[in-house]
Design a protein around this ligand. Structure first.
Ligand SMILES: [Zn+2]
Ligand SMILES: [Zn+2]
Length: 311
C-alpha cells in the first residue's frame, strides 16, 4: 500500500479531532490518518455551491508529497509537474488562484530542478500550500461550521472505511459516470477528470480500494508509484496517430507547455497529451483534430516549447 509513507501509522497517537473547526484540526487529521472529520469537511466543500474543494485537495496531496521518502529525482519531478499542472499552473483545471509571482517561481524551479536537492524539490509547493491554507481558514472553515448538517453520530455504526466511501461515493460516481467512457483519452471535462484523480488519490490514502463499483486501481492517482507501469503500457500500446500530417505520440511533459490549438496548458497525470514527432508542437488529444496542417519544420516550431508567455 502506501509503503513509502513514513512508518508513522504504527506509532502515532490517536487523534482526538472530532470535527474540523480550525486549520490545526486539518493538520492533525492528516498527520494521524484520522480521516473521518476531514472527509466530512471535504464532502461539504464538494457539495456546497459556494465552496471549492481544490485548496483542500491540493493541501492534502502536497502534504503527502512532503512525507514521501522518494529520493528519485525524475519521479519527484514527474509527480510535481502532475500536481503543478492540475492545481498551480495558470489555467489548470483545479487552479487554486496563486499570485503570479508564485506560479512563476514554481515554473522556474521546475526548469532548474537539477540544482536542487530532492528535499528542496519536495518543498517546491510550500508558498502555494500557505496560500491554500489561508483560503481554507479565511473562507471555508467558518462557513462549514455555520452550514454543516452532517453529524458523525448519525453514522457511528459504519466502519471508518465504509463511512468514507459512503460519504464520497455519490459525488465520485457522478463525475466518473458523466465523463468516463472507456479510456482516459476520451475524457473532455478537465475539471471532472482532475476531481476524479484527486479523490481517487484521497481514497487510496484512506486505504480504500473501491468506490461503489469503481476500482480505484484503474484511475490515475497523484504520487503513485504504480502509475509508472501504466504509463509504460500506454506508450507501448498506443500507436502513433496521424492527424493533419502530424505524427502524434503520447507524451509526458515535465514543464509548462501550451496546446497549440487552444493555448491552454497540457496538464494531468501520466501522458498529458500529444507531441508531434515532426514539428514538436504539443496538443491536447481532443484539440489535435483542429490543429493546422503539420509544417514538418522542426526548427521553426521548437520555439513554441520555450515560449512561456505567448501574447
Ligand atoms: Zn507536426
Ligand atoms: Zn488544446
Amino acid at each position: 500500500e502506501s509503503s513509502d509513507i513514513d512508518d508513522e501509522n504504527s506509532h502515532i497517537p490517536a487523534s482526538n479531532v472530532q470535527s474540523i473547526s480550525s486549520f490545526d484540526d486539518i493538520q492533525q487529521s492528516i498527520s494521524s490518518s484520522n480521516w473521518i472529520p476531514l472527509t466530512i469537511f471535504l464532502n461539504f466543500l464538494l457539495n456546497d455551491t459556494n465552496s471549492d474543494p481544490c485548496h483542500l485537495l491540493f493541501y492534502i496531496i502536497t502534504e503527502e508529497l512532503r512525507m514521501k521518502k522518494s529520493e528519485n529525482r525524475s519521479e519527484l519531478i514527474r509527480w510535481i509537474f502532475e500536481i503543478h499542472s492540475t492545481f498551480t499552473m495558470n489555467a489548470s483545471p483545479f487552479y487554486i488562484g496563486l499570485p503570479q509571482s508564485q506560479t512563476d517561481a514554481i515554473n522556474r524551479r521546475l526548469d532548474a530542478h537539477q540544482s536542487e536537492t530532492p528535499e528542496e524539490i519536495k518543498n517546491i509547493f510550500n508558498d502555494a500550500k500557505d496560500h491554500a491554507k489561508s483560503m481554507i481558514i479565511d473562507r471555508q472553515i467558518e462557513d462549514f461550521n455555520h452550514k454543516r448538517t452532517v453529524n458523525i453520530t448519525n453514522d457511528l455504526n459504519l466502519k471508518p472505511h465504509h463511512f468514507i466511501e459512503e460519504t464520497l461515493r455519490s459525488i465520485f460516481e457522478y463525475h466518473y459516470k458523466s465523463s468516463y467512457v472507456d479510456d482516459w483519452n476520451s475524457i473532455k471535462n478537465a475539471r471532472s477528470l482532475a476531481l476524479i484523480c484527486a479523490l481517487a488519490t484521497y481514497l487510496k490514502r484512506c486505504d480504500i480500494k473501491k468506490c461503489g463499483n469503481i476500482l480505484l486501481e484503474k484511475i490515475p492517482k497523484f504520487l503513485d508509484k504504480e502509475q509508472k507501469r501504466l504509463l509504460a503500457k500506454l506508450q507501448r500500446t498506443t500507436p502513433i496517430k496521424k492527424i493533419k500530417d502530424h505524427q502524434l505520440n503520447e507524451h509526458q511533459f515535465l514543464s509548462e507547455i501550451l496546446c497549440q490549438v487552444c493555448l491552454k496548458p497540457l496538464w494531468g497525470i501520466n501522458c498529458q497529451g500529444y507531441l508531434c514527432g515532426y514539428c514538436q508542437q504539443a496538443f491536447h488529444r481532443e484539440c489535435a483534430f483542429s490543429s493546422e496542417k503539420c509544417s514538418k519544420d522542426r526548427a521553426k516550431l521548437r520555439k513554441f516549447a520555450s515560449n512561456r508567455n505567448p501574447s
